[in-house]
Ligand binder design. Sequence first.
Ligand code: B12
Length: 360
Amino acid sequence: MSLLTTNQDPRISEIAKKIYDGQFSRDPKLEDMYDDRQKRLWYQDILYNISYLNTAVQLKEKVLFTRYAVWLYELLCSLMKQFDRDIIKDQMVEHYRFIIKEAPGLFGEEDAPIAIEYLQAAIDATEEAVTNIPFSDRFLTGKYVEIRQAYLHALLRSKTREASQIIADAARSGIPLEDIYEDILEETMHEVGELWHTNQITVDKEHYCTSTTQMVLSQFYDVIFSKDRCDKVILTCCVGSELHEMGGRMVSDIFEYHGWDSIYLGAAVPEPSIISAVQEHHPDLVALSVTMPHYLVDCRNIVHALREQFPQLKIAVGGRAFEMTDNLWQRWPIDVYTRSARELMNWAKDIIPISTSVSQ
Ligand code: B12
């Protein structure tokens, strides 16, 4: 016989307490994650969840509980923005597993299998809900939308291997490297930024997406470095204290892929180091990357210093910061600004003639 047929049976509270204690002792970090008020609410929620499940079981209406599970998950995600959706999903799944263990005691022999089936459905629905985040229209239009979405879904579920496989498959299907870089990975990273900005993912998830995408870029190095050389050198770097270095990395890789020798200095390179690197490597093109607008002043100063010391040097600037200006670059003594690495490559093909003696 089900305990839930008799209202307020003290044994329900006992089982709820057992579920609560079980989950907290299994995962000791919950103690620190929740304050006393939240812990009380958690306990009340167990009673509430059991009651919802009971209603669904009595009415033999599975979706009542699965829809409730998704609603509850979204509520918790929005109440606890400091935790990643993945973490909250793990806690809810664990919670339903604890209720599964107690199902015979709560529902009796006859109804327990039904309750367990509904709880399993709630687990599946909660796992799916992790990626129930509305993406921007920009992300959902353009080329390779399905691959982008699959890649971002894998990242949001922290499925590193799956994410890397999606991109490897895209490359194997013949999608050009530039398209993978810009139409899939760059667009995904911009969307990751939007999700962080609108507080839909945590900083640690954003960091994970970045480092996984950097790892994915490295999968292409065999191909990138196997191309014929064209005896040209590009030196790329980020200026000021700029930490966003994936755009500069893409510029560098795409030139390397087209036979240039790339010297990539990475993030936050000070002016004297850029000057001495130019003296050392004699590049045909220097590409300066700026993402955060407050490093535009550093960029302008570096452009002037380079122009003064190397009047013939070709200088390109780019990066998100310029998109926030009214064509600021037009007032600087540079050779080109482009929005993307691919466009810079196309410009270079026209403006910087490559040597005829091509070597491996
Ligand atoms: C990953 C990331 C980080 C990482 C960077 C790690 C790394 N190793 O690169 C970390 C965690 C360090 C970070 C820190 C911060 N970030 Co951040 N970050 C991002 C994110 C999500 C992705 C950046 C990226 O990799 N994009 C992918 C690359 C490939 O795209 P891209 O840079 O645009 O490059 C392409 C083109 O622009 C162009 N290009 C780039 N450089 C050049 C150069 C030349 C010469 C040419 C021709 C073309 C070119 O070609 C590339 C390929 O086509 C962006 C979101 C976004 N919209 O970009 C936010 C974003 C840039 N960050 C933002 C912020 C606010 C910050 C922080 C201030 C957060 C904080 N409170 O600490 C700090 C600032 C750090 C600093 N001092 O620089 C905001 C900036 C908003 C603004 N007002 O400008 C963004 C836009 C997020 C958002 N939507 O709000 N961030």
